[in-house]
Design a binder for this molecule. Structure first.
Ligand SMILES: *[C@@H]1O[C@H](CO)[C@@H](O)[C@H](O)[C@H]1NC(C)=O
Ligand SMILES: *[C@@H]1O[C@H](CO)[C@@H](O)[C@H](O)[C@H]1NC(C)=O
Ligand SMILES: *[C@@H]1O[C@H](CO)[C@@H](O)[C@H](O)[C@H]1NC(C)=O
Length: 358
C-alpha cells in the first residue's frame, strides 16, 4: 500500500493498513468515526431541532472554502487531519448519505455535537446522536453494506476497518458538571464514573459484535482547563478537581480497553492517551508557537453556550490561540494535537499488547 510507505508513523500505518494490503480489492483504508463536537463533520445540520449546531460564521472561516460545515472549529478537526495523514478523505457525515450510497463502503462519520456515552447527556440540545444512536446507525450501515456486497465481504470490510472513538467529554461538560442537572446531584463522582464505564463497556462490546476489531479509543482532555471551566475559578486557572476526575475516568477507560482486549477474541483496541500532550500544549503554548491558551479566540468563555456566534469578536490572529471557542481547539491546535495523536498511536503499535485484567 503506497500510502503506508509515505508515512512517518510506519508501524502504526502498517497496523491499521495491514488489512488493506491483504484485501484483494482494497483501494483505501476504511474508517468509521464516532464521537462528539470534537469530531463532528456536520450530522447535526440534518436535525431540524438540534441546538448543538455550528453552521454559521465564524465556524469554518479557515476551512477550505471558508464556509461553516458543521465542524465546531475555525478549520479542520483532529479527525480531518488524521485522515489527511492517512491519505484518505475525511469520512462524510452519516446523515448526509442516502441509505444505498456507495460511500458507505468507504467510511462514515457518525459523530454528533452534544453527544455522550449516556443517553441523557446533552439533553438540552433537544436533538443530537448519543453514542448509542451512533452505534444503531452503524448497525444500519452494516446491513446496507451486506445488501451491497454480500455477508462475507461485508464482515471482512467491518473487521478490517479502523474505528475512531472519542466520547465522554459531554458526559462531564454537559451533564455531571452542570449543577442544574440531576446526574451531578444524584451521583458521587465514583458512582457516575462507574455508570460511564459500565455503559461504555456494553457499547464497545456491541461495536465488536457488529464487526469492529481495530478500535482507537481517544481519552478525555484536561476539561478543567477549557475556557468554559476556567471562568468558574477565581483567577481563570484550571479546575484541579475536574482534571482529577478526568484522569480517574481515563485510568478506568484504559483498564476497560485492556480488559476488552483480553475478553474479545481478535480485538485490537488501542487506548490513545493524549491527556498529557493536551495539558502540555495548554501549559506551554509558546513551545508550540501559540501565545494564548487560557481564553478563547472568540472571547465567549462566559457566554451562554460558549460558541462563537456571528456577532462575536474574533481575535485578530487565530494562530496565536489554542482555543477557538469556550470548548473547542483552533485548527492550528488541532494540527498539533493530531500530530501528537499520530505519534502516540505509533508508539502504541510498537509497545506490547496490554495484559488482560484479572
Ligand atoms: C439509549 O438510547 C438508545 C437508542 O435510542 C437505546 O437503544 C438504548 O437502550 C438507550 N439506553 C438506555 C440505558 O436507556
Ligand atoms: C491569561 O493569562 C494571562 C497571562 O498570564 C493573564 O494576563 C490573563 O489575565 C489571563 N486571562 C484570563 C482570561 O484568565
Ligand atoms: C499570527 O501568529 C503566528 C503565531 O504566533 C505568527 O507566526 C504569525 O506571523 C502571525 N500573523 C500575523 C499576520 O501577525
Amino acid at each position: 500500500m503506497a500510502i503506508a510507505l509515505q508515512l512517518p508513523g510506519l508501524a502504526f500505518a502498517a497496523l491499521i493498513l495491514a488489512a488493506a494490503t491483504s484485501a484483494s480489492s482494497a483501494d483505501a483504508l476504511v474508517t468509521f468515526v464516532f464521537g462528539d463536537s470534537l469530531t463532528e463533520v456536520g450530522n447535526n445540520n440534518y436535525m431540524q431541532y438540534s441546538l448543538a449546531k455550528s453552521n454559521y460564521p465564524w465556524y469554518g472561516v479557515d476551512y477550505a472554502g471558508g464556509q461553516a460545515t458543521g465542524r465546531f472549529t475555525n478549520g479542520r478537526t483532529i479527525g480531518d487531519i488524521i485522515s489527511e495523514k492517512l491519505g484518505i478523505s475525511s469520512p462524510p457525515p452519516y446523515l448526509s448519505l442516502s441509505q444505498n450510497d456507495d460511500a458507505l463502503l468507504k467510511g462514515v462519520n457518525y459523530a454528533s455535537g452534544g453527544a455522550g456515552i449516556l443517553n441523557d447527556t446533552g439533553l438540552y440540545f433537544i436533538q443530537r446522536l448519543s453514542f448509542d444512536d451512533q452505534i444503531n446507525n452503524f448497525a444500519t450501515t452494516t446491513q446496507k453494506i451486506k445488501s451491497k456486497i454480500g455477508e462475507v465481504a461485508a464482515n471482512k470490510l467491518c473487521n478490517e476497518a479502523t474505528y475512531f472513538i472519542g466520547i465522554g467529554s459531554n458526559d462531564y461538560v454537559n451533564n455531571f458538571l452542570q449543577p442544574f442537572l440531576q446526574d451531578g446531584q444524584q451521583y458521587t463522582h465514583d458512582e457516575f464514573m462507574e455508570l460511564l464505564i459500565s455503559t461504555f463497556d456494553l457499547q464497545l462490546s456491541r461495536l465488536y459484535q457488529l464487526g469492529a476489531r481495530k478500535m482507537i479509543i481517544h481519552d478525555l482532555g484536561p476539561l478543567g482547563c477549557i475556557p468554559s471551566q476556567r471562568v468558574k475559578s477565581k483567577k481563570g486557572q484550571c479546575l484541579t478537581r475536574v482534571n482529577q476526575w478526568i484522569q480517574e475516568f481515563n485510568y478506568k477507560a484504559q483498564n476497560l480497553v485492556a480488559s476488552l482486549n483480553g475478553r474479545l477474541p481478535n480485538a485490537k483496541l488501542i487506548f490513545a492517551d493524549t491527556y498529557p500532550a493536551v495539558l502540555d500544549l495548554i501549559d506551554n503554548p509558546t513551545t508550540y508557537g501559540f501565545k494564548i491558551s487560557n481564553t478563547s479566540c472568540c472571547k465567549v468563555d462566559s457566554n451562554i453556550g460558549g460558541l462563537c456566534l456571528p456577532n462575536s469578536k474574533m481575535c485578530s490572529n487565530r494562530s496565536e490561540y489554542v482555543f477557538w471557542d469556550a470548548f473547542h481547539p483552533t485548527d492550528k491546535a488541532n494540527a498539533v494535537l493530531a500530530e501528537k495523536l499520530f505519534s502516540s498511536l505509533f508508539s502504541a503499535a510498537l509497545s506490547p499488547a496490554p495484559a488482560p485484567l484479572p
